[in-house]
Design a protein around this ligand. Sequence first.
Ligand code: NAP
Length: 314
Amino acid sequence: MKAIVLTEPGGVDNLQIQEVDQPSPKKGEVLVKVHAVSVNPVDAKTREGKALFEQLKEHPPVIIGWDISGVVEAIGEDVKYFKEGDEVFGMVNFPGDGRAYAEYVVAPEDHMAHKPEHIPHHEAAAATLAALTAWQVLVHEAGIKAGQKVLIHAAAGGVGHFAVQIAKYFKATVIGTASSENHEFLRNMGADEQIDYHKYNPAEVVMDADIVLDSLGEENTRNSLKALKEGGTIISILGGAKESVQEEAKKRNIEARNYLVHSSGEDQSQIADLMRDGHLRAHVSHVFELKDMGKAHTQVETHKTNGKVVVNVI
Ligand SMILES: NC(=O)c1ccc[n+]([C@@H]2O[C@H](COP(=O)([O-])OP(=O)(O)OC[C@H]3O[C@@H](n4cnc5c(N)ncnc54)[C@H](OP(=O)(O)O)[C@@H]3O)[C@@H](O)[C@H]2O)c1
């Protein structure tokens, strides 16, 4: 089968299309014929030799990628929820070896969900790692409730645009930060207020938030403490809740934590339900062909993507 192999850590030219052995499903696993994969910032960091590269290099050839949508081609022993021909999507083995940039991917069945029937594969592929992050942070980590005020940083990005929609689904008041040209996009996603972070310091404008989602790192996490009410929660997905930030937070009875997304078919199924019912949609702003994976990485590395970048495999 064809796959995108990372020949060595470095630039996008090291992502090369090659023939590799097709995997076969073991007990509890499904073999998926991949239609589309999505690309995340962690893919680009791994390509550079950071993030999950050390783990991936244990199983050469190194194949990056975690987010797939496709059709079940075969099932391993004891697979309960899927059969050949089912359309599925999910984030495979994260944090670990997902090997998603390929024509066929083997996935534990409990990392996958049935794809909503009316959603095309490229949109389903987009609603995996980024959507799971938004869901797990807001629902499991922050325990979002109706009527709460939620500040989403980088709200026009992959994680951010899902987080805005999920927070709205839970009937929260949602404030998103983005460049002004993306404010209409945020409104369309359901954000009640938009802050242009180039003009204003969001933490000086927002008061009494119950929840903040940080995706920018330590300085932003520390700064965002000011936007929270006592008893509020800030979750950083970029390691921003350093010990000193947590100590500062504790003084105001604020909970500051870091979070790393993990594969979950159960959470993926919740996302599928929201998509089926029209409460959640993936905004895919860029679609590339498999041979142009390098271009997809370059787009992600602009840090200016609206929604998601997807690569069609077939
Ligand atoms: N810990 C985890 O589990 C986890 C999971 C997913 C992602 N992450 C990390 O979270 C970060 C975001 O991921 P992503 O997929 O959402 O990235 P992304 O899609 O590449 O984010 C792009 C967006 O970031 C916005 N942006 C850039 N600088 C900003 C700033 N200073 N303030 C506000 N918005 C800004 C841009 O908005 P404008 O164009 O409007 O300027 C753009 O829409 C990445 O570092 C990623 O590695 C961590």
